[in-house]
Design a protein around this ligand. Sequence first.
Ligand SMILES: Cc1ncc(COP(=O)(O)O)c(C=O)c1O
Length: 325
Amino acid sequence: MLPHLPRFALAHLPTPLEPLPRLSHLLGVQLWVKRDDQTGLALGGNKTRKLEYLVAEALAQDADSLVTVGAVQSNHCRQTAAAAARAGLRCVLVLRGQPPAETTGNVLLDHLLNAELRWAGDRPRDEVFHEVVAAERAAGRRPYPIPLGGSTSTGAAAYADAVLELKDQLDAQGAAPSRIVFASSSAGTQAGLVVGAQLAGLTAEVLGISVDLPAAPLRARVAELATETAGRLGAPRTYLADEILVNADYLGGGYAVMGAPEREAIQLFARSEGLLVDPVYTGRAAAGLLDLIRRGAIQPGETVLFWHTGGTPALFAYAEQLIKG
Ligand SMILES: Cc1ncc(COP(=O)(O)O)c(C=O)c1O
């Protein structure tokens, strides 16, 4: 644990580290999964770790509400709404576009968790986000704004801590992965993992499978955030974009468009291991992992850790497409 950043307890930690024997046998590699889909807050996911640090900072600043922003089926927004409920804070979510025809998946949970939803419509969601924060302040409230994905150095620090948690588990199980593979989007998870790997002395490659951005801007953003996070954690170091490993070959039809690779990965993980991955993030990362193994870019027999970052509530928003496929 990194003791010097305050935390507000939300997550069930440590999350399990489990072998995937049947999938490993099918694919000819040694696969492990780190179950951050089981962080325990309102169906879990990676944002719960970040929110432990973000909510602590909000409370230290005497905020009375959390305001954040995301896609329609944002896991980050759903977990923020749950964290606000746990901390006794109001929650305002700025979501992209229009309300969906069906209130399901994360949007349903946002409602149950009592978040106030503001739909950005045709406008850029960040513009609406800044406007909502300003309006909250003008109304005399004390909002704590959380940018997309909770990806500030405060949020990313949680994933540096998570690597220390993983290191203990790997040592206890005698496992030594050569790569850690996961879904990367707003850079916070990857930045934290990169810094944490360095602090824990873990030599595994930290390979983010991009979900929406081309490789160059994602690498640059991860490097910038990792540099900032390392400074916050008292281990200053400048990370360069060239050192950050991102694979953006699996963007398919674009963000949140589930294609054949994601569908196949969802089915294979479910049917071989009873493990659920989602259509937007972890299904895409799993599809990338499968392809890298099948193409031999990940060598037969290699030990690989798949860091499951959650997202499973979004499965319900893709029910028709999943069943027809
Ligand atoms: C399920 C899931 N996996 C991965 C990510 C990506 O994490 P990050 O935005 O920190 O890169 C997200 C972000 O929303 C997510 O919801």
